[in-house]
Each structure stands twice: as structure tokens, then as C-alpha cells.
Ligand binder design. Sequence first.
Ligand code: PLP
Length: 440
Amino acid sequence: MTLVERDLAAVWHPFTQHALWPTDEPLVIDRAEGRYLWTTDGQRLFDGVSSLWVTVHGHREPALDEAVRTQLDKVAHSTFLGLTHEPGIELAEELLRTAPWAGKVFFAGDGSSAAEAAVKMAYQAAVQRGEHRPRVVGLREGYHGDTLGAVSVGQSDLFHGAYGPLLLDVHHAGSPGVRAPGQTAVERAEEVLSELGAWMDEHGSEVCAVVVEPLVQAASGILTHDPSFLRGARALCDAHGALLVVDEVATGVGATGTFWAVEQAGVAPDLLACGKRVTGGYLPLSAVLATDAVYSAFLGDATSGRTFFHGHTYTANPLSCAVALANLRLMDARGTVAHAASLGRRLGEGLASLTLEDGAVEVRRIGTMTGIELAPLAGEDRVGLRVCRLARDRGVLIRPLGPVVVLMPPLGSTYDEVDELTEVVASCVRDVRVGRAPAR
Ligand code: PLP
């Protein structure tokens, strides 16, 4: 049996319609180097979505490989419950250096668990301040992961429509990234804030947290919004005693051209969830950065019930912490965040020639996070998928989110690599539009 046949016999993949899987011609990844992946049959592919928004410098980055190997010679895993270890401590210190407003780091496992832990913290902190705040505010088109709490806070008909009856009662404000024709980003931010403000005037005293993806609602198709929205959300939280929780799982660690997206709005949140790029794309690790004020609400004696009763088996896994530390230090040494900002501008220039005639309705981008929204093709609703399939044949691996083709190259990509990415993608958009692409 081939590897694909064995996969089909044994494996259930995420976000995959298995009735279509064999005709989707899955690729089998064999190895990687720098920003490229190789399949078992020898095809070289540029990693245009940084292996689902995680790879920072590249694959098999010597300093990161070395960090894992060095840690392996000490200990691969020990629990963080009641114990600690140097890589965990150093990583927390390093993360706090990136966020002067934060006082403590709570490690989780993946992005969903960090987002969910942040919501639980906000609720419990309110309870422990003696306040009854059982409600959470999220945004329409928000995405915070696939566990039920994270699903509840997010809103996506496509991803989460099936689970409605299982979800927490969350109020979803409008998406600041979904604008009416002719409406500016600032106008849309004001509109959502004014609607949310009116709702908060009635219910704000029951709200423990307002949860937002800052600047970019990534999984709903790189919906970008104006930084003024974050400042307004901060002001509403302050006015009503709610905590501002920012989910920087997708935006954080350089992707928007600043280390954290909130920096571009000059906003300090109460809680920040991060994951994905923290380990440079090597191992799973996520975290919640919390203010001292939130943290102190959890202090009490043994019988106070103030403990944060939350944790994951592999929380702060030493290998993950060691590689994350190496990643953050290398980012510092290389000036990766500044490079990502200029790489993003290059991406924008490379896609600037795409027009409505080519089928590109809008190109949205903040830093390196880029989405090309495509007009539907006549009688065909899988235009994004067709562009990505064609790009794959031309040596570039990208993924669609519905009609939006997403580009998110590793932050350490070179200008030449990004030029190759934009040239291939622009040509694929045009060729799919004019029917030069094979309809598979
Ligand atoms: N939060 C945001 C903003 C995300 O984009 C994602 C994943 O894309 C998550 C949370 C969930 O992260 P994970 O897939 O690691 O659980």
C-alpha cells in the first residue's frame, strides 16, 4: 500500500472532507529546509502559509534544532504542576519583556486552550472580586479555536454552525472588519463601537470579558480593522469594569509587523493569549499573559477557592519552552519583526497589480498577514481552492479560507522568496479567472 492509501485507511484529518480526500491528491511531506517543503515524490514547495501560520525563521533552523537537541539531553518532559524548570522560567521572563503591561505568564497547550483559559480567568477574577459577571462579548467572524469555550466566543457559520446548542451564551458584536460598500475602516470601527457601547450600557455590568482578535480576524479570511477599534474596545471595558482579552494567537510574534498587534493601537490589554509562532513553528505551546491586577485576584489561602483550577498535561513542556526561547532570542538578534514589516510591504507591492478584472475583489494585508478575496467564478464556488491547487502545481503551498486565498510566509523569508510567492499567486489568480487552469 502507498502512504496515501495507508493514510486513508487509518487517519481522520482536521478540517477535511474525507469523501473528497483521495481525489484531492494529498501530498506527503518528507522533509523541509528553510522556507521550502519537499514531498516524498520530490516536489519542492514554498511554505506560503508558514505551516499554518507558525514557522518564523524557516524549517530546520540550526539554532532552533540545537535548542531542542540540547534540551533533549537534559529532560524532554516533566510536569509544571508543583514543579518548575529553567526553560519555562526564562521563557516567561522573555515574554514579559515583550509586554511591559503584563506581570505573569500562564502556559497552556495550543491556541484554543490559551483563548479558553483567558476567558475562564476573566470570569473567575470577577467572581473573586465579588462581582457577578457571567457574560462574555466576542465579535462576529471571530475565531479562537475549536474547543467549545473558544467556539462559543468566536462566531463562524461555516466552522461552528453545527454546534450551536452546545455553546455558552456569548454576545457577538459586529465584525469591525466587515464594511459596507464605500464605508471606511474608521467609520466601521465607530459604528461597531457605538452599537457595542449601547449594548454595554444595558448589560456591561454583567460582562467579565470582551474578547477580540486585534487588527486581523484571521481565520474568517484576513478581515482587517482600524486600530481605533481596539482603543474604543479598551475604553468600553474600562467604563464597564470588564477585562479586555486579546487573542494574538494568529497575529502575535511579529506577523503584523510589530511583536504584538495591540502595540499598533497603543493599547494594553488585561489578558493576551498567544501560541502558534511562539516556538518558531517547532512544537506546540501557548500562553496567556496577564496583568498583576488579574493575577492578584487569584491569591488567597488554601481554603479560599481562589486557585486557577486549569492546566494541561504538557503545559510548559521543556522542549517547547527551550525552542521558544531560542526562537525569541533569534528574532531579537536578527531583527525579525522589523524584517517582517518590510517583507509585508514587499508582499503588498507584489500583489498591487491584481485588479477586479483579474477576479481579485480586495487584497487585505497587515504586516505579512495577507488575504486575497476572489470573486466567485460562474457556476463554481471553489475558486479559492482552485487557485491554491494551481499554485501547488507551480511550487507554492497556500490554503484558501473560502473565497479568500491566504498568504502568510515565514517571517524570515527573503525578498526573492516573497517575490516568487506573489508572482506565482498572481499568475494563478489570473489563470483561474481566464480558464487557463485545469478544472480539477
Ligand atoms: N485563536 C486564533 C486567533 C487563531 O487564529 C487560532 C487558530 O488559527 C486559534 C486561536 C486556535 O489555535 P490552535 O489551532 O492552536 O488551537
